[in-house]
Structure formats: structure tokens, C-alpha cells
Design a protein around this ligand. Structure first.
Ligand SMILES: *Cc1c(COP(=O)(O)O)cnc(C)c1O
Length: 373
């Protein structure tokens, strides 16, 4: 495997700060006992301030998908109906997770590049008043489009349904207010806007979600990703081992370091910093004649989806930047493969200089086209 470091400008995993990498390189310690238990619970508290919640938070050992799997699988039983917003690759994944649990999963479809809105769910609940949950991706990473969680949640609650949110690529990078918005279950991961290496998947669970889960003792599939099991250990083993499995201690140290870094900078300051980077990048792309995939107000400030120069398969751009500039950007997913490319700027380490390097590399790519004709 190539060992030389590439500059990661993809929508996860991101390049962590040096202090985060130092934390993950510390000696391995026991994952239990009063001291480590405190360390875990303090990390949970720090994450609560990032979720903007007073509700329960658990740190699952797994990738972001494991957290989504836990939220959906723990909440519904076979044949129960769930509405799933699908306007991109990750909405489709949430739908697949629901279908794999044997749920009656109804896609609420919007074309890729268009945000899901309250009206989409008003209409869906009209057709499916028996739906008892909805799952929606906050930032649809395949298109960079942000869905209107804050206006969709009240629609779910009016219809006595809980609202499950995939905030894997958004939490810590763009505004997300779990309690204020009334989100019931929220899944995220360590390796995107939280700025740590991959491996941990924080989950937040509201009281409303617990009431819903507890109404039906049949709910909760399996053991590892069953939130009831996580709650049970958090309670029964709270004094020494508040999780059912071996905590990934080094990953936890890394996540704690990056989460504390975020809170030290301040959520608002961090969000503003990413906005400035996005603005700078997008102005530069326009100067290169590269059009954004969707308009600025739809696009998350931590990720830019853009069309390449006319008729060039965007996979070529991705390869060129990696080969000639050591910069890793992302191509398009699904139908957008070779049509767009995506630049992630969701790492706390990202600077204007990184953006300059990307723009310089893209200009070089454009010039290389002129050289070949
Ligand atoms: C990255 C991502 C996922 C999947 O996360 P993994 O950590 O790869 O399991 C899910 N949803 C969204 C919106 C993502 O961006």
C-alpha cells in the first residue's frame, strides 16, 4: 500500500489534528474501572454538547452505518411501517437498512439534488397514516444537499411518529440542534465533521424514542446494536463498565480530543469557519468555469459538489489530483458517477491554504486538457 500521506479532501474520513493522532497513539489501557469509566462519561458529556442535547448518548464501536442500524433496528419491529427520505445514496442506504430488518419501509423519494421538505412528509403521512417512524439523512453526502430536518420533525410528531436522523456527515460541521428540533434518534460517526479517525459511532436517543421503544417489548433486534442493551449496561454497570462491549479505548481518546477541540473553538465559530472556506472554494471553482451541482443555499458548507469541465468524466479529475498533486477528492456516487466530483472541507484542520492547493491542482488539470488537444 502507498504509505505517502495524501491530503484528504473527501467527505470522510478526514485528516485529524495532530493532538488527535497523538491521543490514538497512546498506550492501550483497560476499557473499564472507575477512571476509564469517568473518561468515557466525560466524553459522552462533551458529545451531548455537540448534539445540543440533554438526552442519552452512547458511543457505539463501529462505523456510522452501525449507528443508523442501531437506531432503526432498535426502534421498530418486523412489519412496522417507516417512511424513509430518499434523495441520494445515503437515503437509499437507510432504506436498505430498514428493509433488511423486515420493516415495511416506504421511500419518500425526491430527485437527487433536491432537498426533502416538510411537505414531502405531510403528503407521505397522508398516504401512510400508520407509519410510526421516519428516517431522514441530514446532509446527503452524495449530493451535498441539506435536508430540512427542523421542519420535518414536527410533521412526524403530529402523526405520532418518531424521527430518526442520519447526521453522520453533518454533526459538528453544520448547525444541528437535537433537543430544540425534537429529533428522537440521531446517528453520527467519528471520522467526518467530528474530526477523529474512523471507528466510533455516537448515537443520541430522546425520551420520546425510549417511550416508543419500550411500548413494545418485542422491539430490539439482536444484541450488539440493540440500544436497549446499551442502556441496560449504562445503568446496571454504570460504576465501572457502562457499555456492553470492549470500548475502543484509543479511538475514544482520539474522539474525546477532537470533540474537546471543537467545543473549545465553539460550535458557532467552527460552523462560520467552514462557511468561509466553502465560499472561498466555490468562488475559485466558478473562476475555473466549474459549476456547482446545486445552488449554494442548498449545499452544506462542509462539502462542495461540482461539475467538471464539459464532457470530461470526473473520475479523471479525481485520479489526476491524486496522482499529480497528492490530493484525494471524491467522485460522484450512483448516477452521478463521472458527472460530478466532491470536495470535502469538513476537517477542523482544513485551511484556506488547503483550498488554494485544491484550486491550483484543478487549474493544472484544466491546463493539462489544453496540452493534450
Ligand atoms: C459516510 C456516511 C454514512 C456511512 O458511514 P460509515 O461510517 O461509512 O458507515 C452514512 N450516512 C451518511 C450521510 C454519510 O455521509
Amino acid at each position: 500500500m502507498e504509505t505517502k500521506n495524501k491530503k484528504l479532501m473527501i467527505p470522510g474520513p478526514v485528516q485529524p489534528d495532530d493532538d488527535v493522532l497523538e491521543a490514538i497513539g497512546q498506550p492501550v489501557r483497560a476499557h473499564y474501572g472507575p477512571e476509564f469509566r469517568n473518561y468515557y462519561l466525560e466524553t459522552v458529556d462533551c458529545l451531548k454538547s455537540i448534539f445540543c442535547t440533554q438526552e442519552d448518548v452512547f458511543i457505539i464501536v463501529g462505523s456510522g452505518s452501525s449507528a443508523i442500524d442501531a437506531c432503526i433496528g432498535s426502534s421498530l419491529s418486523k412489519h412496522e411501517k417507516i417512511l424513509v427520505g430518499v434523495n441520494g445514496f445515503f437515503g437509499q442506504r437507510a432504506l436498505d437498512i430498514a428493509l433488511n430488518y423486515g420493516l415495511n419501509a416506504i421511500p419518500v423519494v425526491k430527485p437527487w439534488g433536491k432537498p426533502l421538505t416538510a411537505d414531502d412528509f405531510v403528503n407521505a403521512f397522508e398516504k401512510h397514516p400508520d407509519a410510526c417512524a421516519a428516517a431522514i439523512v441530514h446532509l446527503e453526502t452524495s449530493t451535498a444537499v441539506v435536508n430540512h430536518i427542523e421542519s420535518i420533525v414536527p410533521v412526524c410528531h403530529l402523526n405520532n411518529a418518531i424521527c430518526i436522523v442520519d447526521a453522520v456527515s453533518s454533526l459538528g460541521g453544520i448547525p444541528f440542534y437535537m433537543d430544540e428540533w425534537g429529533v428522537d434518534l440521531c446517528a453520527t460517526s467519528s471520522q467526518k465533521c467530528l474530526g477523529a479517525p474512523p471507528g466510533l459511532a455516537p448515537v443520541a436517543v430522546s425520551k420520546r424514542a425510549w417511550d416508543f421503544i419500550d411500548q413494545n417489548p418485542q422491539k430490539g433486534h439482536g444484541w450488539y446494536l440493540n440500544l436497549r442493551i446499551w442502556r441496560q449496561y449504562a445503568k446496571d454497570w454504570s460504576d465501572w463498565h457502562p457499555y456492553p462491549i470492549t470500548m475502543a479505548t484509543n479511538n475514544l481518546a482520539a474522539l474525546r480530543t477532537s470533540a474537546e477541540g471543537l467545543m473549545k473553538e465553539g460550535l458557532k465559530n467552527r460552523f462560520e469557519r467552514y462557511k468561509q472556506l466553502a465560499k472561498y472554494l466555490r468562488e475559485g471553482l466558478l473562476r475555473l468555469g466549474m459549476e456547482p451541482y446545486v445552488s449554494d443555499e442548498l449545499m452544506a458548507p462542509v462539502l462542495t459538489a461540482v461539475y467538471g469541465p464539459a464532457n470530461i468524466p470526473t473520475g479523471q479529475i479525481v485520479d489526476y489530483l491524486e496522482k499529480h498533486h497528492g490530493i484525494k477528492i471524491a467522485g460522484g456516487l450512483g448516477d452521478l458517477k463521472n458527472k460530478i466530483f466532491r470536495i470535502g472541507h469538513m476537517s477542523p484542520t482544513n485551511t484556506f491554504n488547503d483550498i488554494d492547493l485544491v484550486l491550483f491542482a484543478l487549474r493544472d488539470f484544466v491546463n493539462s486538457l489544453d496540452r493534450t488537444v
